[in-house]
Structures are given as structure tokens and as C-alpha cells.
Design a protein around this ligand. Structure first.
Ligand code: PMP
Length: 448
């Protein structure tokens, strides 16, 4: 197998020469070259196996045979665009509709999460005839110009904040402005959005949309406090705006108990627009915007066609349908619930023995383990988190990433076929690494 490929060093040299350096690699000092994958496992050029805790895109498992078969069959038959009638488009939209609340019944198909959020922004601005957007601090909604503008994670490092963009505090009850001792953090954080709306109105501006990930990921795998979204939606709607749920990372059953992570906020909350992407095509680039009849009608009323060359093509829709079938047939939501709960329980047990673990949060197979230097001060343990990630790769061939504003959160969002044994292995390896790191710190102290 290895002889069919370039040597790893050659690949790296060519990559350095040919690919923009802002496209970064995992493990940049010794990148991994992956040549094939199956389920939750990646294989390098020497056929060494890595356990993948990162790839939420490969939702039903890397290269799932049902998905690749559906893709190949449809590719052999026909691939056109949405200007021709085709069953796959309507059948897929209908299947997606059955996963969502009834009022989210109109769909636009696109090719990436960024395209979905850009279209959501256009829909919101067209429907409301307002311009301004409220976003959560540290949010990331995509790489297009319009989305850099509404992504504090990016614009803080780049072009600064646009006057039509307003940043609400991240409702993080571990290190945010209201913590777990706040009696009603959902209300307290929703009030911060209410205050922003009042400020915006004082400036004579108007809110088009509130954008939020249903579980802010770059923010550090944050679980929104109960009641937050319903209250924010009420304030935003009474200002004439709409609520956009970015489900690009969290949709399609990842949280286990529900198909969409916004549903964790209870039955009294329903967004006006939902954007989805990453897991939709199990690696094939498909994404989508779901919205209401009223919003779609307003978008049509401007008289301008919406055409997306690749969005919603028969191959993409065949793949999307196959992914939905696998989620159901293999009961992957139930698996995410069971294995995710076990993973969280095991980390909770680990927390009793390792002071560096400050917080464990998440739902289903979307879990964050926050490392801190000091439990009282909650100082982010950025270096230690990087060390854990590196050692897991080198010593155990387990791929884990970090996230959060200080890269201090170990992030688990593996393919949904991740099993109990995988969960136990990961926690056992982290236990060993943390024990070793603690012993080294103790030794260093003794040396002094
Ligand atoms: N929204 C969220 C929450 C994301 O995590 C991402 C990608 N990381 C995007 C939007 C953009 O998606 P894409 O990279 O497919 O354009």
C-alpha cells in the first residue's frame, strides 16, 4: 500500500510549496498522513491505526459503505442541478422536514456551512429589512467575508468589528459573567441580549438577526443554560429580528437525546432559520438552510433568482438520504447518548483524581473537558491541553483536538459509531498521561 503513495516527506515538501501556509495541519511539527479510513479509525501510510475523536464531519463513520454506494450509483446515473426536476431533492427535503419542527418547512441546499450561514444572513436581512446582527462572543460562523464579519473568533484578529455587528456575552456558566451559582443563568444571559437590543435602538439601528451555535464550539463546547434561547428569541422577535440556529457542528443527532441541539432548549423554543452542514454528507460537501414559509416568501419577493450550481444536486441528495438512513438503521443517536454518557461519567470519575480537570460538559458525542491550572481561579491550562493532545497522538495514536478561547478544552466529537471500548480507551490513556504529567510536576518541585 505504502509504495502507491508519495513518501510522507515528499508530500510535506510539496504541500509547503504549493498550498497556502494559512491552511494549517494538525500536529504541525509531525503531521499525520492518512491514506484510508473506516468507521472511527484512520490509517496512515504505514497502515498504523489511529482512533479519531475529531471528525464530526464523518458522522456515520468514515467511508460508510451505504453512503459510498449511494454516491457511486447516483454518480453513474445522473448529476444535474436544481433547475431540472428530480426526486432526490424533494425526497431529501421531505426527510429533513420530518426531523424539524413543522414551521421550518422550506429548504435551500448549498455546499458548505459558510454558504448556509451567508444565505441565512441574506434571508434574515431581506425578511426583516433590518441590517444589524447580534452574535455570541468567540463565535465562528464561517470563512466568507460576510461571516468573518459576524465571527468574533475571526474579526477580533482581523478587520475589527463592523458597526452593524454586536457581540453578546457567551452564556458560559463555567467561566462567563454568570456562573453556576447564578440562580437563573438562562434569564441573566438573555438579559444581556435585551440590553444590547436597547443600545442598538438608541443608535437608530435595527436588529435583523441573532445568530448562535446551538452549542458554541469554538467558545469551548458550551451548553447553553436552560431557557436562554426562548427568552432571547422573544426579545429578538419583538425587535423585529429573527433567531438563527447554527447547527453546522451539532445537528443530525450528535447530541443523542435530540436530532437538533437547539431542541435541548425545550419544546417552547423554535428558531426561525436553521443552518446545517458538516455531518450532512458524511464528508461530501453538502449544507442547507431551513426556514419558515414567511421568510422564504420574503426572499422570493425580491424577484432575484437563487441559483447554486452544485447545491441540492442529485448526487448530494442521494448521499444526504443515505446518511439519514444510516443514522436511523444503526440507531446512532442512541449510541451517541449511551457512549457519550459513559464518556462523561468516566471523565467525571477522572476529575476526582486529577485536579487539572476543571469542568466536563456537553451532550451526546459532543463533549468538552476543560483543563485548568487552578480550580479556584479557573486559569486555563493551555500548555497542558496541548501536551495531552500531542501525547495521545504519539503514545496512543488517538486524535483529539483542543478548543475554547484559550485552547484549554479537550474536545470530543468523534464519528457517531464511536463505541464503549473506544471511550474507555481514551479515558484510560488520558488518565495515564495526566498521572505522568502530575508526577513530573512533583519531581520538578522537589528538584527546586
Ligand atoms: N458554523 C460553524 C459552527 C462551524 O463550526 C463551521 C466550520 N467549522 C462553519 C459554520 C463553516 O462551515 P464550512 O467550513 O463548511 O464553511
Amino acid at each position: 500500500m505504502a509504495s502507491e503513495h508519495l513518501r510522507k516527506e515528499e508530500t510535506l515538501t510539496m504541500r509547503r510549496r504549493l498550498i497556502g501556509q494559512s491552511c494549517r495541519l494538525f500536529y504541525s511539527d509531525d503531521p499525520v498522513k492518512i491514506v484510508r479510513a473506516r468507521g472511527q479509525y484512520l490509517f496512515d501510510e504505514n497502515d498504523r491505526r489511529y482512533l479519531d475523536c475529531i471528525s464530526n464531519v464523518h458522522h456515520v463513520g468514515h467511508c460508510h459503505p451505504s453512503v459510498t454506494k449511494a454516491a457511486a450509483e447516483q454518480m453513474e446515473l445522473l448529476n444535474t442541478n436544481t433547475r431540472f426536476l428530480h426526486d432526490n431533492l424533494v425526497l431529501y427535503a421531505d426527510r429533513l422536514a420530518s426531523t424539524l419542527p413543522e414551521r421550518l418547512s422550506v429548504f435551500y441546499f448549498v455546499n458548505s456551512g459558510s454558504e448556509a450561514n451567508d444565505l441565512a444572513l441574506r434571508l434574515a436581512q431581506q425578511y426583516t429589512q433590518h441590517e444589524d446582527v447580534i452574535v455570541l462572543d468567540h463565535a465562528y460562523h464561517g470563512h466568507l467575508v460576510s461571516l468573518i464579519d459576524i465571527s468574533p473568533y475571526k474579526f477580533r484578529k482581523l478587520n475589527g468589528q463592523k458597526e452593524w455587528v454586536h457581540v453578546a456575552p457567551l452564556p458560559d456558566t463555567y467561566r462567563g459573567m454568570y456562573k453556576e451559582d447564578e440562580p437563573n443563568p438562562g434569564q441573566a444571559y438573555a438579559n444581556t441580549v435585551h440590553d444590547i437590543i436597547e443600545e442598538v435602538h438608541k443608535k437608530g439601528r435595527k436588529i435583523a438577526a441573532f445568530f448562535a451555535e446551538s452549542m458554541p464550539s469554538v467558545g469551548g463546547q458550551i451548553v447553553l443554560p436552560q431557557g436562554y434561547s426562548a427568552k432571547v428569541a422573544k426579545y429578538v422577535r419583538s425587535a423585529g429580528g429573527v433567531f438563527v440556529s447554527d447547527e453546522v457542528q451539532t445537528g443530525f443527532g450528535r447530541v443523542g437525546s435530540h436530532f437538533w441541539a437547539f431542541q435541548l432548549q425545550g419544546a417552547d423554543f423554535c428558531p426561525d432559520i436553521v443552518t446545517m452542514g458538516k455531518p450532512m454528507g458524511n464528508g461530501h460537501p453538502i449544507a442547507c438552510v431551513a426556514t419558515t414559509v414567511e421568510i422564504a416568501r420574503a426572499f422570493t419577493a425580491n424577484g432575484v433568482e437563487y441559483f447554486n450550481t452544485f447545491g441540492g444536486n442529485p448526487v448530494s441528495c442521494a448521499i444526504g438520504l443515505a446518511v439519514l438512513d444510516v443514522i436511523e438503521k444503526e440507531d446512532l443517536r442512541e449510541n451517541a447518548k449511551r457512549v457519550g454518557t459513559r464518556l462523561k461519567d468516566l471523565f467525571t470519575e477522572l476529575k476526582t483524581r486529577h485536579k487539572i480537570i476543571g469542568d466536563i460538559r456537553g451532550a451526546g458525542l459532543f463533549i468538552g473537558v476543560e483543563l485548568v491550572e487552578d480550580r479556584e481561579l479557573r486559569t486555563p491550562a493551555t500548555k497542558a491541553a496541548a501536551q495531552v493532545v500531542k501525547r495521545l497522538k504519539v503514545e496512543d495514536r488517538i486524535c483529539v483536538s483542543t478548543d475554547g478561547p484559550w485552547e484549554s478544552v479537550l474536545k470530543f466529537k468523534p464519528p457517531m459509531c464511536f463505541n464503549m471500548k473506544d471511550a474507555e480507551l481514551v479515558v484510560r490513556c488520558i488518565d495515564r498521561i495526566l498521572t505522568d504529567m502530575e508526577a513530573n510536576v512533583k519531581l520538578e518541585k522537589e528538584d527546586i
